[in-house]
Design a binder for this molecule. Structure first.
Ligand code: XMP
Length: 333
């Protein structure tokens, strides 16, 4: 609408005034905030923006390709995709502790991003380097880090949403979403032409499938989990609740599959199977501090479990998580 159009025009002017003819780097994660920030900054300064997309190999099925399709393909933005999956899986080998895994993933992520940013900062012959780092910081992040919200005495799970990077890199900060709430960021994303499917996606943790594979992370587990998770999400999107006309994807706040490195016995045709288990998790919440497990339709659960077991060889059992938060957390690690 015209109000959003005005907002975009104003935001674009502000970014142009701030950046001038300098260059900007932005870390693209596939999440809503960095995507909308990228689309807005690209609208303002085009090729003066370079996005760096670090693929840690723990993304959902086809996610990396979808990010590239959208930003490099459709928006024609400059995007550098760094395939770091071997590095991440190598460092994670043998590590089972959830916090340890988070720390490793967080540290590698920063290392890889910094190395790319340093190259872009240095520039090359006849091409001066970047001077700005753009981040998709939104208003609730600002409030949180300003200490206005009371901080919990103990951190239950360490998040690796990066602070202090611009200082470390010697770059100026560009944060065009600083004044916006999440729903405003989403509306802006849609107005900028991002698909609603991307803008209204469930949140996805920074460590990705790294905390959805219990214990040690292995390539094989990640591949099985990606396929099971994609089937679950597809069924959630395709199952419409007649009472509201909404899909179960839109009726839940977060939904995903979890890989359990446990084998159980099954039967398929004339044979016995001895394969892995996945748990399905779907919750409804307004703030992610407390959450109820979603009362998904049995028919949908039945279809999903049937499809996973038939289509993903290596998984022969599917369970549904009926734990609320608290005392359970949303993620299993
Ligand atoms: P829990 O599992 O603590 O999750 O109930 C609450 C919300 O936080 C997300 N989450 C994370 N996000 N890095 C992130 O960026 C993390 O390490 C992390 N751990 C949990 C979780 O997906 C849920 O939305």
């Amino acid at each position: 609408d015209w109000i959003m159009g005005d907002y975009i025009a104003e935001a674009v002017e502000k970014i142009r005034a701030q950046v001038g003819d300098e260059e900007v780097i932005l870390g693209l994660s596939g999440g809503v905030d960095s995507s909308v920030a990228a689309a807005l900054i690209h609208r303002a300064i085009g090729d003066q923006l370079t996005c760096v997309f670090v693929d840690h190999g723990l993304l959902r099925l086809n996610e990396g390709d979808m990010v590239m399709d959208m930003f490099a393909g459709k928006l024609h933005a400059k995007v550098i995709r760094v395939d770091a999956s071997e590095l991440f899986l190598g460092e994670l080998a043998g590590v089972t502790d959830p916090e340890q895994k988070r720390k490793i993933i967080g540290r590698l992520f920063v290392d890889v991003f910094k190395a790319e940013a340093a190259k872009l900062k240095a520039g090359d012959g006849g091409h001066k380097g970047a001077t700005f780092l753009a981040q998709g910081t939104i208003y609730p992040d600002v409030v949180e880090s300003g200490g206005t919200k009371t901080k919990k005495a103990t951190t239950i799970k360490s998040h690796h949403n990066v602070g202090g990077l611009p200082e470390q890199l010697g770059l100026k900060l560009l944060e065009p979403l600083r004044e916006l709430f999440k729903d405003e960021v989403r509306a802006l994303g849609v107005a900028l032409g991002l698909p609603a499917e991307m803008v209204y996606r469930h949140p996805f943790p920074g460590p990705g499938l790294g905390v959805r594979i219990l214990g040690e992370v292995k390539q094989q587990y990640a591949d099985l989990l990606r396929r099971a998770d994609a089937i679950f999400i597809e069924e959630l999107r395709n199952t419409i609740d007649p009472a509201t006309g909404k899909s179960w994807y839109d009726l839940t706040s977060q939904a995903f599959a979890v890989f359990l490195p446990v084998k159980s016995v099954g039967v398929m045709g004339d044979g016995r199977t001895y394969d892995y288990v996945v748990a399905l998790r779907a919750v409804q919440t307004s703030d992610f501090m407390t959450a109820d497990w979603a009362e998904l339709p049995y028919a949908m659960l039945k279809r999903t479990s049937g499809r996973i077991i038939n289509e993903v060889r290596g998984i022969n059992r599917v369970t549904y998580d009926v734990s609320s938060k608290p005392p359970a957390t949303i993620e299993w690690e």
